[in-house]
Design a protein around this ligand. Sequence first.
Ligand code: BES
Ligand code: MN
Ligand code: MN
Length: 468
Amino acid sequence: MALSSYLKKERNRHLGELKELLAIPSISTDPERAKDVKRAAQWVSKRLKKAGCTKVRVHPTERHPIVYGEWLGAAGQPTILVYGHYDVQPVDPLNLWKSDPFTPTLRDGKLFARGASDDKGQVIVHVNALEAHLKNGGCPVNVKFLIEGEEEIGSPNLDKFIDGNKELLSCDAVVVSDTAMFAKGRPSVCYGLRGLAYVEISVTGTDRDLHSGTFGGAVANPANALVTMLDSLKDSRGRIKVKGFYDNVVRMSATERRAFARLPYSDTKFRKSIGAPALHGEFGYSTLERIWTRPTLDINGIWSGFTGEGAKTVIPAEANAKVSMRLVPDQTPDEIVRKLTRHLRSVAPKSVKVEVRDLHGGNAWVTPPDRPALQAASRAMQRAFGRKAVFVREGGSIPVVDTFDRKLRVPCVLMGFGLQDDNLHAPNEKIDVDQFYGGIEAAAYLMEELGEVGRRGSKAKPRASRKR
Ligand code: BES
Ligand code: MN
Ligand code: MN
């Protein structure tokens, strides 16, 4: 109780500190923002020190630094590793923001800023939780923080850091808050994420743009060729036609299917919330099944030829597309990119050249929800949000979660406080202030619950329960 009244008292300070971090434009993909990314890393390291971490380091990488912090004062108790990211996505189109993306602005109980929900707000939750315990008699678990600055560009330097620092990162459970809650008032614990394979496709025809009257009809048009090739990737029932694409897909169990069907969810509400005329997806699966358990193939961008005002009669020399595929266990990005490349080459007409470049990717992840660490998270969420937590999977990707699972061999607890309408990666990103405060409580309770799991003896320790 002391803890929760302390947290209520500190609310304004917590919000003010979050605003400070949100004001730093740490856009990892933009080389011009590299100094700001560094400044955000330093802000996080200072905050970790102030919260009570006894060792804090900012590790440089080839690009953006990794911040590490630890408080290991709970002798004999389990250790958790909190992972998150302080980098953010670009802000364009800027004109659609109602307030400046790096001037955090409160409207209607929501704090608007780039990174508010993804992931600065959710990282700070855990820092505040540790500090709260340390100011109220001590923390029931040891806590390590690994907060990176390259998540939004595919974490190119993180695996190397993990490989080189196994001892530093050793723990009994990894805790990540970088996802959403099932709905406002419906706490959830996430036990699965999709993976990702992202490619760029270029189709080239002639060595320059051509007049479509004097040459049209005698040469291939790369834009026509590209759309024909892309069209061959999916059938009318939403199935991906790349040979072998589904070979390694683990099918969901009947139990899981029933559990999803019991969740309070409405297609109509979902459809209306995104302004879609109708829903669309793979035949034979419900919306939640499609998002959580099935792989996808989507064109994320496509460009070629003349797109300016008016008409220009031209046959473009090249056409390009960005295509990404969400993956599910046990598909791997390498295997899927290989299969896609083979498919595209086999359907490409001889009159064009095709190039497929692998941009980045990561594995999907699923873990059994009955693991003690996930059950502890479910109790913590219930205590903080006043309602029984549901177990969900998510459609988004956090590739390092599977890496932690495999390399550290510990359970990963995904406890997200975002909401579906947080506008991640889009204009007007926000965090609901109640979710932020509730998240801090949940994170503090999770430390207590995991401390209890540890105290019940080694058999019940999260580390001893690994199974896949
Ligand atoms: N936090 C998101 C992932 C996410 C969001 C998972 C919502 C579940 C629910 C993360 O920052 C992200 O944007 N991931 C990227 C992939 C990454 C490799 C760039 C994604 O999912 O597109
Ligand atoms: Mn994120
Ligand atoms: Mn993101």
